[in-house]
Ligand binder design. Structure first.
Ligand SMILES: [Zn+2]
Length: 402
């Protein structure tokens, strides 16, 4: 199966990448034949290939999957770039190709050290592949100072280096970076395409996959979560009942506490095992047995790892809460569409009664202000405001007003 198989509903993007990969192959061939590239711009203007790419698209649209497939197509030695069956294709897809360096962070911020490391990697010549590909999955998680360090390497990469940066939108990186990259934008994939992927790749039940794709509004990660975790629907339902069930400010505060606690528990579950394994590995590497005391000289390293784990746990909790916010948004989107008499498919088919009830008892202006409140809560959660405060204030605003 070709490397593009899992890049669902993105025909235009795949076409751009395929053209680039063909052009890149031509360029690599010329280089192998000893034709010298023009200095500083191996891929000239007008070429389908570029040495810096910015892959954008809404969360869950499959940015990193698309970027990885593109990296594979650049290294591919099969008859058509991205064949999926040659050794380089398979290596890139399973993450073991020595010339595809990928930075995916589950922390809130990409550190300066990480970026410096990448720049070093970008300067090397390819070990075995045709290109040295540096893939940064969350390029929006960089502070300005860090981005500036990256800029020079992106501006004048060695002739065999390709940078691929992924962000939700082009506005998430500095204009100086943006202007040096070729922009590729993913769309929200059609729900049918997402459902089909869940059935094929994750073995989900077709009916459940269709329901999950729709409820998640084609967010691939969320859809998979709903289609494979039996508790997920229940949690979602409880959350979406909040707007009709909260009677008082007290209820709202309780609901907020419950949501934040549940998010914490889910995040802990997702990270605990990995944290423990990493700590054990570090202690072993330092020559320490399981429970022995860490000598003072080594404490800094252990503390560093623990700090990383705390950051990762925060990021995981932020992600879980953000998912809840997306679900709430979908509810009020349905409410608003109903109030406006718009003829669009409902996201929350299974909550029709609640949607109707809220649509009848409130006005469109109120729905809009609630949607704004949810967006504001999302922004506050991302900016490290205490989650409980942000969610409490939201729940109070969502509560039915008599
Ligand atoms: Zn291949």
């Amino acid at each position: 199966m070709s490397v593009w198989a899992d890049v669902v509903g993105q025909e235009a993007v795949v076409a751009v990448f395929e053209a680039a990969a063909r052009s890149a192959r031509h360029e690599a061939q010329r280089r192998a034949d000893g034709v010298r590239p023009e200095p500083g711009r191996a891929a000239g203007a007008g070429s389908a290939m570029s040495h810096a790419w910015l892959v954008t698209g809404p969360p869950g649209s499959g940015r990193s999957t698309a970027a990885r497939a593109f990296a594979a197509s650049l290294q591919c030695t099969g008859p058509e770039p991205g064949c999926g069956s040659c050794k380089p294709c398979r290596e890139v897809m399973d993450g073991s190709h020595p010339d595809v360096v990928r930075l995916a962070t589950d922390k809130l911020l990409i550190t300066m050290e990480e970026v410096k490391g990448l720049i070093g990697e970008a300067q090397r010549r390819p070990w075995s592949g045709r290109w040295r590909v540096i893939l940064v999955e969350d390029a929006d998680r960089m502070v300005e100072r860090t981005t500036n360090v990256l800029l020079k390497s992106i501006e004048e990469p060695p002739p065999q280096t390709v940078w691929i940066l992924c962000t939700p939108s082009a506005e998430d990186v500095l204009p100086t970076i943006r202007s040096r990259c070729r922009l590729v934008t993913l769309r929200v994939p059609p729900a049918e395409a997402v459902a089909e992927l869940l059935v094929r790749r994750d073995g989900a039940d077709p009916a459940l996959a269709a329901r999950a794709a729709r409820a998640s509004q084609s967010h691939i990660g969320l859809a998979r979560h709903l289609a494979t975790d039996p508790g997920a629907w229940q949690r979602r339902r409880r959350l979406l009942e909040a707007p009709v069930s909260l009677r008082s400010v007290g209820d709202a505060v309780l609901a907020a506490a419950e949501l934040v606690e549940a998010a914490q528990a889910e995040a802990d579950e997702a990270t605990a095992e990995r944290d423990a394994a990493e700590k054990a590995a570090l202690l072993r590497a330092l020559g320490l047995e399981g429970d022995s005391r860490v000598p003072p000289a080594l404490r800094a390293q252990v503390r560093q790892l623990e700090e990383d784990h705390k950051r990762r746990a925060r990021r995981a909790r932020t992600d879980v809460l953000d998912r809840a916010m997306i679900d709430l948004l979908s509810f009020y989107r349905d409410v608003l569409a109903t109030q406006m008499g718009a003829d669009v498919d409902r996201v929350n088919v299974d909550m029709s009664q609640d949607v109707d009830q809220v649509a009848r008892s409130t006005g469109a202006a109120q729905s809009l202000s609630r949607i704004a409140a949810i967006e504001q809560c999302r922004a506050r959660l991302r900016s490290n405001v205490a989650p409980l405060l942000a969610v409490e204030s939201l729940m109070v605003q969502l509560r039915p007003q008599a």
